[in-house]
Design a protein around this ligand. Structure first.
Ligand SMILES: NC(=O)C1=CN([C@@H]2O[C@H](COP(=O)(O)OP(=O)(O)OC[C@H]3O[C@@H](n4cnc5c(N)ncnc54)[C@H](OP(=O)(O)O)[C@@H]3O)[C@@H](O)[C@H]2O)C=CC1
Ligand SMILES: CC(=O)N[C@@H](CCC(=O)OP(=O)(O)O)C(=O)O
Length: 353
């Protein structure tokens, strides 16, 4: 691995949001970032706010107040920012990422703006880019930021597309089986996933209103959730092979995905355990459970772990997987920092354990 760059400097845009707040916390406490990160709000006039006005839970007793700066390319360039995190709506990332790359700033984008090569499945399908040719070229170049799958490409990435939260949980559970050719192409893979409400971001909507979300469990975006595209591309599946249905859970954070699979050939629990252990050898952010234990949301919330467990039916081909993570950490800000670690030559888990 390359040795870490001298005093890299990073910046966050979207620091008032849920994942932006988690990014700020992780970056401020990161042992390798000796130069303080910078934090940006929207473009325009300075508001005079400091970080703890937006994220009061980050208050410390060190007396340092981090200013929230109005987003400005001049400020980013003058401060020699190496990596810019975009924790913004897809549309805004689509506008700012190309400009950052043009100015020589590497980007880690938490949105769905750059994750897919196949545009029709993408969050930005209907968007008109200011410079469509440049955007298309960047879309081709962008690296899908699953550190357990693409570490080498991530280390060199200029534009890092951080994966979706649901998709991270499902891709990590299915990738070892896909690589081993154990996913039967004639059988439907059913992904039944449930997310806490912070997955929808901080803006209140009818779906996230307390009166709808509390004491409730509801399915949404049936046959149409954009994370399906990430599963298709990353696992090389056909559209008819997978059914993903998201559900809204009345908890603040956490995702639990229950995945039903038919294997191409009978196998044993020991062989499945070995397959996963080999695939994730040396990968510190994926924890494997021993059957009959299965992951639970309580055990991953406020961590960057993805926990995976399974039960194999006695017929040897019916497999049930459970995969759990914190949508704001391994599903967003934590995974973004894991990717930054690879891009800057730090150990993958630095600042995350
Ligand atoms: N929440 C989650 O679990 C996950 C989220 N993501 C993705 O990460 C991104 C951020 O998500 P999340 O933190 O939930 O979002 P939030 O809704 O909580 O925060 C959005 C942030 O974007 C800022 N923003 C909105 N519009 C603009 C604009 N035009 N210019 C500058 N800043 C703007 C907001 O600032 P202001 O306060 O001024 O409105 C806020 O800081 C999204 O693309 C989301 O899809 C990915 C994986 C998981
Ligand atoms: C509970 C909830 O609403 N979750 C979000 C997913 C959040 C995520 O990973 O987002 P992006 O793909 O937008 O980056 C949703 O289903 O749209």
């Amino acid at each position: 691995m390359a040795s870490p760059q001298q005093s890299p400097r990073v910046a966050v845009a979207g620091v008032s949001g849920y994942s932006g707040g988690e990014l700020a916390r992780l970056l401020l406490n990161h042992p390798g970032l000796t130069t303080r990160p910078m934090f940006f709000g929207r473009a325009g006039e300075a508001t005079g706010q400091v970080l703890t006005d937006l994220q009061p839970q980050l208050a410390t007793t060190d007396g340092i107040a981090d200013p929230i700066l109005p987003f400005s390319w001049d400020t980013l360039v003058a401060n020699k920012i190496d990596i810019l995190f975009l924790a913004l709506p897809h549309e805004q990332s689509r506008e700012w990422a190309p400009e950052a790359i043009r100015r020589g700033i590497r980007v880690i984008d938490l949105s769905g703006a750059w994750r897919l090569k196949e545009k029709k499945n993408s969050a930005v399908y209907n968007l008109t880019d200011a410079d469509p040719a440049a955007a298309d070229a960047l879309e081709t170049e962008a690296v899908f930021g699953a550190p357990e799958l693409h570490a080498e490409a991530i280390a060199k990435a200029r534009l890092l597309a951080n994966p979706g939260c649901y998709s991270t949980s499902m891709i990590l559970a299915l990738a070892p089986l896909a690589k081993a050719g154990l996913l039967d192409p004639k059988e439907l893979i059913v992904c039944d996933a449930k997310s806490g409400v912070s997955g929808a971001g901080k803006a209140a909507t009818a779906k996230t209103h307390f009166m709808y979300a509390a004491d409730n469990l509801s399915a949404y975006n049936v046959f149409g959730h954009r994370h399906t595209g990430e599963l298709l591309e990353q696992l090389h599946l056909s559209e008819d092979q997978i059914q993903f249905t998201p559900h809204l859970l009345p908890i603040p954070r956490g995702i639990l995905s229950t995945i039903y699979v038919r294997l191409t050939q009978p196998t044993t629990p020991e062989a499945i355990t070995k397959l996963f252990a080999d695939f994730y050898a040396g990968k510190r952010m994926v924890r494997l459970h021993q059957t009959p234990n299965l992951p639970q949301i309580q055990h991953v919330v406020r961590t960057n772990y993805c926990d995976i467990g399974f039960h194999l039916h006695k017929n040897g081909t019916r497999l049930l997987l459970v995969s759990c993570l914190d949508n704001l950490l391994k599903g967003a800000a934590g995974q973004a920092v894991q990717n930054m670690n690879l891009m800057l030559g730090f150990a993958e888990q630095d600042g995350l354990l």
